[in-house]
Write a protein that binds this ligand. Structure first.
Ligand code: NAD
Length: 352
């Protein structure tokens, strides 16, 4: 076995349908008394319902989280948390809301209690992002890693079927790239393979029957594992492309991951054969790239960048940005094959 480094992430997980019932206990365990509850405007009602049941333990609700954490929103939230004298942040929602909690924690060390309601996995990572003047900057800092995560599948029942599928494939992308990461290790690879397996099984059932609580549990369990992979090992070409497409062209996060993943896996197919075997096995298929494409196609979500607002004329700009400062990748990142990848993703062709 090759030598490796494994770094455990210090977080507490409370998992299960109905586990939101333990929120008060978990706030007390953090030693907190005045929580600020965070959400997007779309989930304000959920945030206010939480605040109501928390009663005395809540200082206020801030329901202005948006994608990619604009610096302006982060500043406003930090000031509000300070004015309230908040001593912990309860973030209920997807990666955008967790991201806002992280922006507050970065400057205040406020402990975050995350209640994820998508499968993006941000709650398991010490990675934060902040966007200013159209540029998203990311960094790593243990202060932003949520101290406690409550995974309650019942809270994901309202996630629309198509977003459930794309969010699940977004999570699978973390695990897939984790399996061929430069700093991969056998423990994280176990989590990666199991995460892909749980999500691939869960997604199909949720797409058919969004109120299948067991399947929702499989997806959230998979999301947890895939998020832990993202937080532990380096990501490669797929994530670089998605950051470029999401950050510069403002494409929707989960859909972009869903469309690009099969093509990124095809690009790396011959350079990472062992990882591809494990991804394919977890997807229940023989080819990782085809399996990821089929997972999206058979569950009725977009498979072409042209269908989510990307313009063909922007391919060259995307290439310039992606090639400027590439992440480590098992296969060298070169312009001509990368252009072919983006063209296939643009058209929605099956991966080569
Ligand atoms: P999101 O948080 O933007 O949520 C998408 C929409 O779905 C929002 O309107 C939200 O309110 C709504 N929603 C969420 N859960 C719902 C539910 N259960 N029922 C109904 N509506 C619900 O989307 P996301 O994909 O979870 O997160 C994307 C953002 O997270 C991006 O900015 C991405 O960069 C970031 N992210 C960061 C990390 C990290 O480690 N730092 C990891 C993954 C994603």
């Amino acid at each position: 076995m090759k030598p490796f480094i494994y770094q455990g992430m210090p977080s507490r997980v409370v998992f299960g349908a109905g586990s939101i019932e333990h929120l008060e206990r978990e706030i007390d365990l953090l030693g907190a008394r005045r929580a600020i509850v965070l959400s997007t405007p779309q989930q304000r009602e959920q945030a206010e319902a939480l605040a109501e049941r928390l009663g005395q333990r809540v200082a206020g609700v801030f329901a202005k989280a948006v994608m990619h954490v604009p610096v302006k929103t982060a500043r406003e939230a930090r000031e509000y948390a300070q004015r309230l004298g908040a001593d912990c942040a309860v973030a209920i929602g997807g990666g955008s809301t967790t991201g806002l909690g992280k922006a507050i924690a970065l400057t205040s060390s406020l402990p975050i209690l995350a209640v994820p309601t998508t499968y993006a996995g941000s709650e398991m990572t010490p990675i934060y992002g902040l966007t200013e003047a159209g540029l998203k900057k990311t960094g790593r800092d243990l202060r932003v890693l949520p101290k406690t995560v409550i995974y309650d599948p019942a809270l994901t029942l309202s996630l629309p079927a198509s977003l459930s599928v794309t969010s699940g494939i977004n999570a699978i992308a973390h695990a897939a790239e984790g399996l061929y990461a430069q700093d991969a290790n056998p423990v994280i690879s176990l989590m990666a393979e199991e995460g892909i397996r749980a999500l691939a099984q869960g997604i199909g059932k949720v797409a058919e029957q969004p109120d299948d609580l067991d399947a929702r549990g499989d997806c959230l369990y998979g999301a947890w594992l895939c998020g832990a992979v993202l937080g532990s090992v380096g990501m490669a070409l797929h994530h670089k492309l998605c950051h470029t497409l999401g950050g510069t062209f403002n494409l929707p996060h989960a859909e972009t991951h869903t469309i690009v993943l099969p093509h990124a896996l095809a690009y790396n197919r011959d350079a990472a054969p062992q990882a591809m075997k494990r991804i394919a096995r977890a997807l229940g298929t023989t080819d990782a790239a085809q399996g990821a494409f089929e997972l999206a196609r058979s569950n009725g979500v977009p498979t072409a960048l042209k269908d989510i607002g990307f313009k063909e004329t922007d391919i060259d700009i995307a290439l310039d940005i992606a090639l400027e400062n590439p992440y480590w990748n098992p296969r060298p990142v070169e312009r001509a094959p990368l252009r072919a990848l983006l063209e296939a993703a643009y058209e929605g062709r099956a991966p080569g």
